[in-house]
Design a binder for this molecule. Structure first.
Ligand code: NIG
Ligand code: FE
Length: 402
């Protein structure tokens, strides 16, 4: 039974990793779900009220599947230092980088963190994002990691958005554990993870596998514990060097491996075999002025699904726009606009383990966006300054007219 019918638009359904264009489309909603979508002339007869959207295109609600958008302070100074010649790893070794955000995040109250995170999430919502993943990882002790995750969960109560939280305790070594990384991993596994799981604060577990982060043996301990608690894993892997973290992640059936600039063919094969999504983060690549591209051709050849995300964080990716990220992915990583849009919808959903969204099809959540565009690639074409999002419908309810 249809409850409401929408007409007056073209649809890019993003099914099967393609635009999946339906011109002059209609979409019928029942409750939170899409009941029917297809060409308007084929719409079954119904008494349900009809809403004419008045032109433009609809796509699934956008999904930002990798962010660190809850944090204290900013890293404007570091941005300046890097442009004066310091590099990211060097700043991290000097106690700056992630650790400077750890200091600011620990010092911030829950309501201060919430206030600054709301501004950032509002930036995403204004451009048609309906699902956002948020990581912890700037607390690095039990109390502050839990604080970050509570703030992330609170965002979902305060805004019309689905939030997926990820526990990233193994992000950096806090100063009180200097030269004792294995002991810190003990704290992550024995205290943080059980508390996070018990309080239901995380939907997944992540780690930073890197010379300036944690090695594969340490990440493996975190993954074992996470899987024992029934939490899926994902990994920041091969961002600055090839640590072979991706193969480890694949062995644990990771939802995604993220960054991947230094990924090699063996890593790509491992991902293809385990069905792990490659989450590409061109914002961090851009801000760090990196030159080494992820292995795009190998990822395509092996059919590894490629998702895209902002990586919104104060250090390597102060990128508060998923639409601009689509453009960066095309210009910097040579993704096609179709791949980029698939990466921020269909494949992003998969990177979060969410089977109910990311495409427009019967049975999926009725999360969709009406865009003021003449054709789908336009979403990746403009870089800033345009209000492309006209309306957002989430779970069958109109939540915003932009
Ligand atoms: O995804 N690489 C590690 N983590 C973040 C950066 C966090 C930070 O620099 O604050 C990233 O790029
Ligand atoms: Fe990240």
């Amino acid at each position: 039974m249809f409850e409401k019918i929408y007409t007056g638009f073209h649809a890019a359904t993003m099914s099967d990793g393609r635009y999946g264009v339906i011109e002059d489309a209609a979409l019928a909603v029942a409750g939170e779900r899409i009941e029917w979508i297809g060409p308007r002339r084929e719409l079954p007869a119904s008494d349900a009220p009809v809403v004419d959207l008045g032109g433009g295109w609809i796509t699934p609600g956008l999904i930002d599947c990798h962010t660190h958008l809850v944090f204290g302070g900013d890293r404007v100074d570091e941005f300046e230092q890097r442009l004066l010649g310091a590099d990211y790893a060097e700043i991290a070794r000097r106690g700056g980088g992630i650790l400077s955000t750890v200091r600011a995040t620990r010092a911030a109250s829950e309501s201060e963190l919430l206030g600054s995170a709301l501004k950032r999430i509002d930036g995403l919502l204004a451009e048609g994002v309906t699902t956002v993943e948020i990581k912890s990882g700037y607390g690095l002790d039990v109390e502050n990691e839990l604080k970050m995750l509570r703030v992330a969960r609170e965002l979902e109560r305060q805004r019309p958005v689905t939030i997926r939280t990820t526990f990233l305790g193994a992000h950096a070594l806090p100063p009180e554990y200097k030269d004792r990384a294995d002991d810190y991993i003990g704290l992550v596994c024995e205290q943080m993870l059980p508390a996070v799981a018990e309080q239901g604060l995380a939907d997944a577990v992540d780690a930073f596998c890197e010379t300036v982060g944690f090695n594969t043996a340490q990440v493996e301990r975190v993954f074992r514990k996470a899987r024992g608690l029934d939490l899926p894993v994902k990994l920041h892997a091969e961002q600055l060097s090839n640590q072979h973290g991706t193969e480890l992640a694949a062995r644990f059936g990771a939802l995604s491996a993220d960054h991947l600039e230094y990924l090699d063919e063996a890593g790509v094969e491992a991902m293809a075999e385990s069905g792990t999504v490659a989450v590409l983060l061109p914002g961090a690549f851009y801000i760090l002025c990196e030159t080494r591209l992820p292995p795009m051709e190998a990822l395509r050849r092996h059919g590894v699904p490629m998702a895209l995300a902002t990586d919104l964080n104060p250090g390597t990716s102060p990128v508060n726009s998923l639409l601009n990220t689509l453009n960066l992915a095309c210009t910097l990583f040579r993704m096609t606009p179709e791949e980029a849009l698939t990466g921020a919808t269909c494949h992003a959903a998969r990177a979060l383990g969410l089977a109910d969204r990311g495409v427009l099809a019967p049975g999926k959540r009725a999360d969709f966006v009406l865009w003021d565009i003449a054709q789908p690639p336009e979403l990746a074409y403009w870089l800033g300054g345009r209000r492309l999002c006209r309306k957002v419908i989430r779970a069958g309810e109109e939540i915003a007219s932009c």
